[in-house]
Design a protein around this ligand. Structure first.
Ligand code: GLU
Length: 491
């Protein structure tokens, strides 16, 4: 009997060189299902490399690195071993052959020697007749002698599953409920290919059983094949594990996220400046959310998710990958960091456009932090620091601030001696001096602060206002830029 109180779940990627957010979500749910609610379950990594044509060199490294970065540590797998190995399917070829043989002996599978051309023809005829494309069972009726003769002559063959002629097969999915399928709609699918490798359809059943998997968690693309898997479990007399087919992650209302469409992979998102924790948090919500008293909790660490996750709360509806929501969550993670930690994350991005070393990086980080959603936005936000960009005088015009180039020129001329006379050039002194000037002049803050911001950055949107920018740039650079602005506006 399967002991569901000790969950054993697996993530079973094919090494195709890419981990899109849907794959990572499946891995996360499988991980959470094994560890949630205080269960001390086992999370297994199994490499499904039986499709040699799709194999991409180095792909396993991407998978290992992604899972490790995300903190989805596996208890059993190719590199760490375990009692149920090998964990790479290409190392298990003999096991599949043995079980396929067993099915042949039981009459639940048969050799098929049909070549590609014949199979194509059958398909075309069926298509023309409007029939379901299915293998026509030509080889099911071969005599024992014919089979032996073919094998002796080395005729290439596959082994096919023999689907019962009649009746129905029912299977249960934890999300989708009971699904009943008539056997005559199912194809005698290939279990073992000509190259001796098993198909996914065969290997997943053998491995999930032999590895003691209690809960199979995978994408809905496998939902329609699950009745055939159940027939295999039945043929072997094995208990069927729990199934959880996760809803697809969609790009929009009609298209699934996919590698072919160039949709975001975990690596792409990291390269754009999203944090691993935020990506993980966001993808957890693509099809699941905590229930009960934690219903409104959105920001969760892996540990918190582990506490709150239940496979029964996974939704049936497709989830749409919403970059704005990811941006929001990423921003939340950034804002919750200490300024020092934020600086550590932001520095590589700042350095993409800032080459000078004489600015106050921590002050810059503090100015960026409240306004930053994605680290990848930083280089553009700080591109004015090394040198002033060319800018249009019109930037000094602001209806809201009630200023224009003329008013700004006066303001800059007035603030120059004030700033020059400061003995210490920090945020507090700058603030006090400039607000004193504002008071003396009896003007609105914007009359002084807006021109300062434009003069120091040449931009409308900046990390922080004029005072913060002056603090970041320091005395010399600030005064230099004010002079440049006065010159520009005096022409
Ligand atoms: N190897 C399959 C894939 O990468 C995984 C299917 C499963 O989890 O059973 O799509």
């Amino acid at each position: 009997m399967i002991d569901f109180s000790k969950p054993r779940t697996r993530f079973a990627p094919s090494p195709t060189g890419y981990m899109h957010v849907g794959n990572l979500r499946t891995a996360l749910y499988a991980y959470l299902a094994s560890k949630s609610e205080g269960k001390d379950g086992t999370f297994i990594l199994r490499v499904e490399d039986t499709d040699q044509e799709r194999f991409v060199e180095g792909a396993m490294d991407v998978i290992y690195a992604t899972l490790k970065e995300a903190g989805l540590n596996w208890d059993e797998g190719p590199d760490v071993g375990g009692d149920y190995g090998p964990y790479i399917q290409s190392d298990r070829k003999e096991i599949y052959r043995e079980y396929a043989q067993k099915l042949i002996e039981q009459n639940d599978a048969y050799y098929c020697f049909c070549d590609k051309e014949r199979l194509e023809e059958v398909k075309l005829v069926q298509k023309a007749a409007g029939a379901l494309p299915k293998y026509d069972r030509h080889c099911l009726h071969l005599s024992k002698e014919e089979i032996e003769e073919n094998l002796k002559n080395g005729v290439p063959y596959v082994i096919r599953q023999r689907i019962p002629d009649e009746g129905t097969v029912t299977f249960h999915d934890e999300i989708y409920g009971d699904i009943v399928v008539p056997c005559d709609t199912l194809d005698d699918q290939v279990l073992l290919k000509q190259d001796g490798f098993p198909t996914y359809n065969f290997a997943n059943v053998i491995d999930d059983h032999l590895m003691g998997i209690t809960t199979v968690i995978r994408g809905t693309e496998y939902l329609s094949s699950s009745p055939k898997y159940n027939l295999l479990y039945k043929a072997f007399g094995w208990e069927v594990p729990k199934y959880l087919h996760c809803p697809p992650v969609m790009k929009d209302a009609t298209q699934k996220l996919s590698k072919r469409n160039g949709d975001a992979s975990y690596q792409d998102l990291r390269a754009k400046g999203y944090l691993t924790e935020a990506i993980l948090n966001y993808i957890a919500l693509l099809g699941w959310s905590p229930k009960g008293e934690n219903e409104n909790t959105e920001i969760m660490t892996l540990e918190e998710m582990t506490r709150l996750f239940s496979i029964y709360d996974v939704s049936k509806s497709p989830a749409i990958f919403d970059i704005n929501k990811l941006n929001y969550i990423n921003g939340e993670y950034l804002r919750r960091m200490s300024p020092e930690k934020f600086l550590q994350e932001a520095l590589p991005w700042i350095k993409k456009t800032v080459k000078r070393e004489d600015i106050d990086f921590l002050t810059l980080a503090k100015a960026l932090q409240p306004r930053c959603e994605v680290l990848g936005d930083i280089p553009e936000q700080v591109d004015f620091i090394d040198s002033m960009p060319d800018y249009d005088e019109a930037l000094y015009t602001s209806k809201k601030m009630k200023t224009n180039p003329e008013v700004a020129l006066e303001a800059l001329k007035a603030m120059k001696p004030v700033l020059q006379s400061l003995t210490s050039f920090d945020a507090e002194s700058l603030h006090d001096a400039l607000f004193k000037l504002i008071e003396e002049k009896g003007v609105k803050n914007g009359i002084i602060l807006w021109p300062l911001r434009v003069a120091l950055s040449g931009k409308q949107f900046t990390p922080g206002g004029g005072i913060e920018l002056a603090d970041i740039l320091g005395r010399e650079e600030t005064l230099k830029r004010i002079d440049m602005a006065i010159n520009k506006l005096s022409k």
